[in-house]
Design a protein around this ligand. Structure first.
Ligand code: 28G
Length: 708
């Protein structure tokens, strides 16, 4: 769910250097966390008594001076995970549910990155359990001294901190934001089974009830296979919203992981449908193929895709860390840019130091070469801006870092300072070489950048002259807008409502002081094919730009916007999702800072209404409906209303369920969400007919749940 996720401040991560000594002497001191209730505190105290320190032998040998927090591996009971699952997997929504898969798959990817496995399979089974298989070495089956149980059991029952230098591998790189490990998946599963093929044998173990009930690991037969197979069924007591996996979500993420880990084969099978859906992804070109994939619905400037890879060792606290950098890009003839950045296979939606390093090198090399080729002449006055350089670029930046630090509200921004220089060096050096080796290529790109530069200057001059004239055009509010009376953007909200009739209800149901309503009619234009000025000429988009008030495109100024909440309110049907995708794509391409600042939201109208003894009860999902019916002790055939559209609600109902800030539920759109919408949009609107048909038949359900 894009809405503010529970803070993931795990206590392992709270250990700072000053606490290291204490940790070594007496296991673990739990850091203060005001958010705990007293019963949670008691549980924590109980758990910390059971904690075993299994710091690995090697780092102990180094002596206490070199003993750093990074070496600490802390074991504790799985109850802690069940008590506060959000702390470990972000949330127990459908996003958290899918996190379970990524935790397990990450372990397989680590085995692949270590060079021991080339295929990872993911099966969605008929009962909505998941099976992940790899053909690696198999998790070791012998007893771990520190725990007295097999390595398999240790990995699946002992919670460990971070895991970067912990149990799962010597150097764990996959997984980013949460990366909490397989035991967390066990803790949150109704049951979980592991089969290991190793030493010529087949070994099996089964856990039940969040890992609390278990048989010991048994050799059940002979086998010449090698690898690990894990099957788990998420616990519906934990994932109360839903335990149904989304094929689309899994397919998209697996495709992405295949792009980010070149030459690893990923096979996805959905066994819930007949015939089974099967997808097989393997990209020897890695992110180079990713760029081609993103660009398949655009017109590339030339066929060539730039790709480079390099590593640099960075030393911190006497520890050597290899940081791997990969960059791929290709320009398109259109103006919009798509830049995706990743750290350890996790998307960094708010960029960070790797993206900074990328821009730094792109700008430096383009300006230098343009000067050499006399595309830029006046050394002091003429200079490409970052905006000039990136217009029309599709790029993927992927770094692998053993100790990433993430910043920002949603932890979507890479913070490690050293990464900026490393990316800038690696990418800059290859870019320079590329430009000297591929002259033709260089010229076509630099011509485009020069064109962007000229346009920017022209537009600035035009805007200047318009300002002098009157400035009326942009300040003229659209007639369809029912504006609010407050002029303080921080408290103001703009509801963009699908259809005139729902718009009418919204107008009457709003709080006119802070809530404005703009009804949009019908389909908006195809953003991708339109030129910048054409977009402004479209009536629906034009009114929206005027209402928001910060302009659009390059000159969009987020400080001038009139509302700090722009709320998209559409029906929960396919048309509604189309409009939502369109609007998000528009914001993504022409008002990006609006999304970056977290100003875009999706309204969540209720799906059901139950009327009982003159009172109305609203449910936003099936689980809530079930709870309401149970609480009210209703008979099975007691009627309830299913809302098909906003138009079915009268102004009062709309207000009390969807608009009133005190009770409504809003989903905040992240850059991630907007990018997904943008990709779907490209698939939907692209020139190719085939993907559109596939989209319409396969994705109808996913489109509805865009906010997952
Ligand atoms: C199918 C689901 C996802 C995995 C391995 C392989 C090893 C391993 C995994 O080691 C840490 C290290 C040794 C005890 C490592 C095998 C070294 C030698 C492994 C997976 C602790 C765990 N041989 N493959 N873990 N050991 N695949 N796939 O989970 O001391 S996890």
């Amino acid at each position: 769910m894009a809405i503010k996720e529970e803070k993931s401040t795990t206590k392992e991560l709270l250990l700072d250097e000053s606490e290291e000594k204490e940790v070594k002497e007496e296991n673990l001191t739990v850091s203060e966390d005001e958010g705990f209730t007293s019963s949670e505190k008691k549980l924590d105290e109980k758990i910390s008594k059971d904690i075993i320190d299994i710091t690995d032998e090697k780092s102990l040998e180094k002596g206490s001076e070199n003993y750093t927090g990074a070496d600490i591996t802390v074991l504790e009971g799985l109850e802690a995970v069940r008590m506060r699952p959000g702390m470990y997997i972000g949330s127990t929504s459908i996003t958290g549910l899918h996190h379970l898969i990524w935790e397990i798959v990450d372990n397989g990817i680590d085995e692949a990155l270590a060079g021991f496995c080339d295929t990872i399979s993911v099966d969605i089974n008929e009962d909505n359990s998941i099976t992940v298989t790899d053909n690696g070495r198999g998790i070791p089956v012998d007893t771990v001294d520190k725990t007295g149980i097999s390595a398999v059991e240790t990995v699946y029952t002992k919670l460990h901190a971070g895991g970067k230098f912990g149990l799962t591998s010597g150097y764990k790189v996959s997984g980013g934001l949460h990366g909490v490990g397989a035991s967390v998946v066990n803790a949150l599963s109704e049951w979980l089974e592991v089969t290991v093929y190793r030493n010529g044998g087949e070994y099996f173990i089964r856990f039940e009830n969040g890992g609390s009930k278990t048989t010991h690991l048994k050799r059940v037969g002979d086998s010449d296979k090698k690898g690990t197979k894990v099957t788990f069924k998420p616990d519906p007591l934990i994932f109360r919203e839903t335990t149904e996996f989304s094929y689309e979500t899994i397919k998209n993420r697996i495709r992405q992981m295949a792009f980010l880990n070149k030459s690893v084969r990923f096979i996805l099978t959905d066994k819930r449908v007949e015939p089974n859906k099967v997808r097989d992804f393997k990209f020897d070109g890695g992110i180079k193929e990713y760029v081609s994939y993103i660009n398949k619905n655009y017109t590339p400037l030339s066929d060539h895709v730039f790709y480079c890879e390099g590593a640099q060792t960075f030393t911190e606290n006497d520890k050597n860390m290899d940081i791997v950098v990969e960059v791929a890009f290709q320009y398109i003839t259109q103006d919009n840019y798509n830049i995706y950045s990743f750290c350890n296979n996790v998307s960094t939606g708010n960029g960070g130091t790797h993206l900074d390093g990328f821009y730094l090198a792109l700008n430096r090399v383009f300006n230098n070469i343009a000067r050499k080729l006399s595309i830029l002449k006046d050394k002091d006055k003429e200079r490409f801006s970052n905006e000039d350089c990136r217009k029309g670029i599709t790029a993927v930046i992927s770094v692998k870092h053993p100790n990433p630090e993430y910043e920002g509200q949603t932890k979507g921004k890479l913070g490690n300072a050293e990464v900026k220089k490393i990316v800038s060096n690696v990418f800059g050096a290859h870019l320079e070489r590329f430009f000297t080796e591929e002259k033709q290529e260089a010229l076509s790109i630099l011509n485009k950048v020069r064109y962007n530069y000229d346009n920017r200057l022209k537009l600035a001059a035009y805007e200047e002259s318009m300002k002098k004239k009157s400035g009326l055009e942009l300040t003229n509010l659209p007639g369809k807008l029912s504006d609010c009376s407050s002029s303080n953007p921080e408290e103001c909200e703009l509801f963009i409502v699908e259809g005139n009739s729902a718009g009418g209800s919204a107008k009457q149901g709003r709080d006119p002081k802070i809530q404005a309503v703009l009804p949009l009619r019908g389909k908006i234009l195809n953003v991708q094919k339109a030129q910048d000025h054409k977009i402004y000429e479209n009536a629906e988009i034009g009114s929206m730009i005027k209402a928001i008030g910060g302009g659009f495109g390059d000159s969009f100024d987020v400080t001038k916007i009139r509302y700090h909440k722009v709320i998209i309110m559409t029906d929960a049907d396919v048309d509604g999702s189309h409009i939502r995708i369109l609007l998000l794509t528009f914001f993504n391409r022409f008002m990006k800072p609006l999304i970056e600042n977290g100003y875009v939201y999706i309204a969540q109208p209720p799906l059901y209404k139950v009327e009982y003894k003159g009172k109305a009860y609203y449910a936003y999902n099936d689980y809530q409906l079930a709870v309401i019916r149970k609480e009210l002790d209703l008979k099975n055939n007691y009627p309830f209303q299913r809302y098909k559209g906003l138009g079915e609600m009268d102004p009062d109902q709309l207000e009390e369920t969807t608009m009133d800030p005190k009770v409504r539920k809003l989903v905040r759109i992240t850059i991630e969400d907007a990018n997904i919408a943008d990709e779907l949009f490209t698939e939907l609107m692209g020139e190719e007919v085939a993907p559109r048909n596939e989209f319409l038949s396969e994705n109808a359900k996913y489109v509805k749940n865009l906010d997952i």
